[in-house]
Structure formats: structure tokens, C-alpha cells
Write a protein that binds this ligand. Structure first.
Ligand SMILES: Cc1cc2nc3c(=O)[nH]c(=O)nc-3n(C[C@H](O)[C@H](O)[C@H](O)COP(=O)(O)OP(=O)(O)OC[C@H]3O[C@@H](n4cnc5c(N)ncnc54)[C@H](O)[C@@H]3O)c2cc1C
Length: 306
């Protein structure tokens, strides 16, 4: 174990940017930085890339952001929305199709892109805390159960809604809400290219959605306000009313957008940046964080850090 820990290269390399979090926003930032010529190391507490499956809907901007890498994660295209409320309904055609993507394919595609650009990875490496040092930032990490120090000038916190990097650098907590999705068989009258949205204000200030991921399966979801358990009970009752059976569950707490979170803080002679859910970079209307997290990671400050 000790031997493994000693293999971390460049532990005092000021030129290396350390990214904490190897998920959507962190990997995207790592790829962009490595492509712009920076040396990048990505840490993640998970032992390996094995993202839980999650069906996500994103706008067409995703294709431009991902270039050719997008193709592997796209499962379906959405061309219209059907909206339901209070016995009334409306249909809206999209000018550009939304995309249904699979997160379990997106994350490995992003990891490949950042590795090809030269980024290095330290998996099973948990960020514990950090402070200033002479050259920039001193990070405390635990790698395979062994505590170590890393030194870097710039650190990017891409460690999600409960970001420990943000806490360590003094950012306030972001407010989160539970998001619960059930994979369901697609009802016979539901078209593969159409997302359904139900507004049920007594259940949620947001909405229920049903996004088809193929001709026979879709993800029905809700954003709640209180606990995850209560949110799950609501969606279970909704599924029952609609005569649908949950095949699989997906869920986590996600940030809500309240106001712009400044993304850079100085620490000693270095800087700390936040991207993705760590900085609540989510859509105001739907709290989706993929395209907005990528935009955050593209922020000029990150790729131009000196
Ligand atoms: C069920 C569900 C459905 C969703 N649907 C959509 C959708 O349709 N469209 C959309 O745009 N968005 C959707 N979202 C939101 C979207 O998934 C998130 O916005 C996005 O995954 C955030 O990515 P991220 O990289 O910022 O953070 P995360 O994906 O949370 O990744 C954080 C990473 O940091 C690592 N980490 C955490 N703490 C540490 C530590 N101390 N040390 C080292 N590593 C650490 C974690 O292991 C993880 O890999 C959905 C979310 C859920 C839960």
C-alpha cells in the first residue's frame, strides 16, 4: 500500500492543476485544460470509473460541447414536448432536438478524451482538506487508505453538490433538493421522440417528466423539496395513478440555482475554482447540470490560469 502511495508523480509540481472529482464537470474541465497544454491530475474517491446508469436529457448544445465524443452516449432524440396540467394539454415542437444521453457511457467517453490529452488519474484518492503553502495550495488526500500531501498552484473542485473542496476554501453550502427517477416501460400511446411533462403543484413546484430512452423504455422523474423518501413516495403514487411499474430507481440530491456562485477564490499563492454541481451550475428551470456544468468548466478563467 505504501509502495503504491509513493508512485504519485510530481507531488510538488506547481505547474500541475489538480481536479478533485472525476465525473461530468471534472473530466470535462480536465480534458479542456490538458488540451490547452496544462498538466492535469484528476483525483476521485471512487476506486474506478463505474458510474451508476442514469438517463439524462440535455439540449442540443451538448453535441457542440462534446464534439465527436458525444455520439457514444446519445441514446435518443426528442423532437417535441407534451405538457399536461389540470385536465388540459399542449404540444410544443422543438426547433433543435433535445438529446437523451446515458451517463454510464458519457463518463468513460470524457475520461478517454482527457487521458488522450495527457491528463493523469489518481483513483481511490479522497480529498480531505487543504491550506496555503509557499508555492500555492497544499492538499491532504487519502489514497488507498494512506494519508498524503499534494502541492499545486491551482485546484478545481468538481466534487459535486456536497463539495468538500468548496467547504475547505470557505464557500457556503449550496442548497440541494432530491431528484428521483424510475425507469419504466413506455406507455403504448407515448412516442419515442416526445417528452411528457405533468405540472402537479400539490406534489412539486417543478414538474413530473417522462423521457423516452428507447421505443419501449423511459425515465419518469420528479424533483422534490423535502426528503428523498417523501419524494419517492410521491412518485410511487404518481406511477400508480398512471398505471406504470418502476423497473429500476435512480436518485441523488442535486443543487438548486439561487444566484451566481463566484467560481474562484485565492488560497495562499494559488487559486481554487469550482465547476459543475459544486458551484450549483444548473439550469434554473429544470436543475439539469450537464450542459451548464460543461459551460462552467469552459470558463475562460480556468483555461487561462497562469
Ligand atoms: C437521477 C438524476 C437525473 C438527472 N437528470 C439530469 C438531466 O436529465 N439533465 C441534466 O443536465 N442533469 C441531470 N441530472 C444532474 C446531473 O447528473 C448533475 O448535474 C451532474 O452529474 C453533476 O456533475 P458533477 O461532475 O458536477 O458532479 P458529480 O456527478 O456529483 O461528481 C462528483 C465527483 O466527485 C467525486 N468526489 C466527491 N467527493 C470527493 C472527495 N472528497 N474526494 C475525491 N472525489 C470526490 C465523486 O466520487 C464524483 O465522481 C440528474 C441527476 C440525477 C441524480
Amino acid at each position: 500500500m505504501q509502495e503504491k502511495a509513493q508512485t504519485l508523480p510530481n507531488p510538488r509540481d506547481d505547474g500541475e492543476v489538480v481536479v478533485v472529482g472525476a465525473s461530468a464537470a471534472g473530466l470535462y474541465a480536465a480534458a479542456k485544460l490538458a488540451q490547452s497544454g496544462r498538466r492535469v491530475r484528476v483525483l476521485d474517491a471512487k476506486p474506478e470509473f463505474d458510474p451508476a446508469p442514469r438517463s439524462l436529457i440535455v439540449t442540443h448544445h451538448f453535441r457542440n460541447q462534446m464534439n465527436g465524443e458525444a455520439a457514444t452516449s446519445i441514446r435518443n432524440e426528442i423532437r417535441r414536448f407534451e405538457l399536461f396540467t389540470d385536465g388540459r394539454s399542449a404540444e410544443i415542437a422543438l426547433q433543435q432536438p433535445d438529446l437523451i444521453i446515458e451517463r454510464a457511457r458519457l463518463i468513460p467517453a470524457l475520461a478517454r478524451a482527457s487521458q488522450q490529452a495527457g491528463a493523469k488519474f489518481s483513483m481511490d484518492t479522497r480529498f480531505l482538506g487543504m491550506g496555503p503553502n509557499a508555492s500555492g495550495v497544499r492538499l491532504e488526500v487519502e489514497r488507498s487508505g494512506v494519508r498524503e500531501e499534494l502541492h499545486s498552484k491551482h485546484v478545481i473542485g468538481a466534487d459535486g453538490a456536497t463539495s468538500r473542496v468548496a467547504r475547505a476554501a470557505g464557500w457556503p453550502r449550496v442548497e440541494t433538493v432530491p431528484l428521483v427517477q424510475a425507469l419504466v416501460g413506455l406507455p403504448k400511446d407515448c412516442r419515442q421522440d416526445t417528452t411528457r411533462v405533468w405540472f402537479v403543484p400539490e406534489d412539486t413546484p417543478y414538474f413530473y417528466w417522462l423521457i423516452p430512452e428507447s421505443e419501449d423504455r423511459g425515465a419518469l422523474g420528479i424533483i422534490g423539496e423535502g426528503s428523498g423518501q417523501e419524494t419517492k413516495r410521491r412518485i410511487e403514487r404518481f406511477l400508480e395513478r398512471k398505471g406504470m411499474e418502476p423497473l429500476e430507481w435512480q436518485g441523488a440530491r442535486i443543487p438548486v440555482y439561487r444566484k451566481w456562485v463566484p467560481v474562484r477564490r485565492p488560497l495562499g499563492n494559488g487559486s481554487v475554482f469550482l465547476v459543475g454541481d459544486a458551484a450549483a451550475q444548473v439550469k434554473v428551470s429544470t436543475v439539469g447540470g450537464i450542459v451548464t456544468g460543461f459551460r462552467g468548466a469552459q470558463g475562460g478563467n480556468l483555461t487561462r490560469t497562469g
